[in-house]
Design a protein around this ligand. Structure first.
Ligand code: NDP
Ligand code: 8X3
Length: 253
């Protein structure tokens, strides 16, 4: 029987790449996100290429009732989730704190912190009962460092850093692994979302250097989940070679 991996935010970028990688490695996959059409397209892609099962859960991770409803309706054969990848997340806006947009702040806090908590609260009891499971939190360099105008986004990722450590301690008696992966700049739809659809501004972010690609992070996730039982890869910081920290880049041209 295949292991089951649930990946939040699989409609794009890092989450989609993780779904593709784990499907290739014969995991049955639960994909989640708000954009249903993209989930359906991905399901076709995943099942065409691999002999696995795929389940779609379509919810807004900020709305607990929606998330909980999906879980209470989970078919029995999908309930024993082996790997939970808390990936769904976003940055919205890049303003100094005194010009911050309250709605942007709420979106980041509700998605990046509360969404991760909701998922963990719903999936971890089964893992604890079975004394088996692996939680992967996609954090960021922004969870280790702070950069100008990144204020609230960085705070949400620092919260993820604290939660990864706290979850690891609480679930230690159950043999559940917790891995945190902290990428630097990855070229995905992240900047398009941050700049609210301004494609030119988004493209500017990745000019003059080679960023990471979503698949680079998927490879790290697979490395973590393929370790033997006695090894937990706790925390991985992955940066483009041209990025030293949260705000120092070597750009050419
Ligand atoms: P993308 O914008 O490409 O993907 C974000 C994913 O999150 C989408 O699938 C989106 O699905 C999902 N998502 C966002 N909001 C919600 C919501 N309210 N409910 C459900 N799903 C939601 O960005 P990335 O792939 O780059 O981002 C993935 C993670 O990686 C995020 O946590 C991000 O903070 C982190 N990260 C990204 C880096 C980068 O440079 N790109 C670097 C470090 C970390 P949908 O819109 O369909 O709901
Ligand atoms: C996303 C990368 O550098 O914008 O987490 O914080 S960064």
């Amino acid at each position: 029987m295949n292991k089951i991996a649930l990946i939040t935010g699989a409609t794009s970028g890092i989450g989609k790449a993780i779904a593709l990688k784990l499907a290739k490695e014969s995991y049955d996959i639960i994909i989640t996100g708000r954009r249903k059409e993209r989930l359906e397209e991905l399901k076709v892609e995943l099942t065409k290429a691999n002999n696995i099962r795929v389940l779609i859960l379509n919810f807004d991770i900020r709305i607990y009732n929606e998330v909980e409803k999906s879980f209470s309706n989970l078919p029995k054969e999908w309930q024993d989730i082996d790997v939970l990848v808390n990936n769904a997340g976003l940055a919205v806006g890049l303003n100094p704190i005194h010009q911050g947009v309250i709605d942007d702040w709420e979106r980041m806090i509700d998605t990046n912190i509360k969404g991760l908590l909701y998922m963990t609260r719903l999936v971890s009891p089964g893992m604890a009962d079975r004394k088996n499971g692996h939680i992967i939190n996609i954090c960021s360099i922004a969870g280790k460092d702070v950069y100008a105008n990144g204020n609230v986004y960085c705070a949400t990722k620092h919260a993820v850093d604290a939660l990864s450590k706290g979850i690891r301690i609480d679930l230690l008696p159950y043999g559940i692994k917790v891995t945190q992966i902290c990428p630097g700049a990855v070229e995905t739809e992240f900047s398009l979302v941050r700049f609210k659809g301004d494609d030119n501004r988004a493209k500017e972010v990745y000019k003059g250097f080679t960023p990471l690609y979503a698949n680079d992070i998927a490879e790290a996730v697979y490395y973590a989940v393929s370790q033997p039982k006695h090894i937990d890869i706790q925390d991985v910081l992955i940066m483009p070679t041209a990025q030293a920290d949260g705000s120092t880049f070597h750009k050419e041209g």
